[in-house]
Design a protein around this ligand. Structure first.
Ligand code: S3P
Length: 171
């Protein structure tokens, strides 16, 4: 049995919601890399992107992730782009069961629309409307999520508690 469970997947796939519940069920610590990056940066992710750019965000995300993957008994919710760097994937896979949360693109679009302005890659000045942008990012990232994952769980139509049960069965 691996020391941690890490959730990867696109924005709106339910990583934070499912991760928090899963951690409660297991009695493990919940670690959300986006929240930790915000703490380190001292500002929100949209502000960090606007002020320092995406590369600066990615550097902070990597340093947070490499640190927490050394721990144990943690559920780690990653940012949707964490799989873009091989070193992040390698660090996650070393000691964590890596679970790819998927959902239909329309479901992702609906979920992210509930909290507008939180995801700079889908909002600020992007040339495409959100669903088209989601489809193009998914075309690029889908294979990366698949190859990083030990298993895949579809979140489109099941409530978080059922997803938690399924992940626990896989662990
Ligand atoms: C990102 C996803 C976001 C956050 C940042 C970049 C991405 O996290 O890390 O806005 O590149 O997909 P969530 O997946 O938790 O929304």
């Amino acid at each position: 049995m691996l020391d941690n469970i890490a959730l990867i997947g696109f924005m709106g796939s339910g990583k934070s919601t499912v991760g928090r519940l899963l951690a409660q069920r297991l009695g493990w610590r919940f670690q959300d890399t986006d929240a930790l990056v915000e703490r380190v940066a001292g500002c929100s992710i949209p502000t960090l992107f606007a002020r320092d750019g995406e590369a600066a965000f990615r550097d902070k995300e990597t340093s947070v992730l490499l640190g927490i993957t050394l721990g144990e008994r943690q559920v780690i919710a990653t940012g949707g782009g964490a799989i873009l760097r091989e070193e992040n994937v390698a660090a996650l896979r070393t000691r964590s069961l890596v679970v790819y949360l998927t959902a239909q693109p329309e479901v992702l679009a609906e979920r992210v629309s509930r909290r507008p302005g939180e995801r700079p890659l889908l909002t600020s000045g992007q040339p495409e409307p959100p669903l088209a942008r989601i489809l193009s990012l998914l075309a690029e990232r889908g294979p990366l999520y698949q190859s990083a994952a030990h298993c895949i769980v579809d979140t489109s139509s099941r409530p978080p508690a059922a997803l938690v049960d399924e992940i626990i069965r896989q662990h």
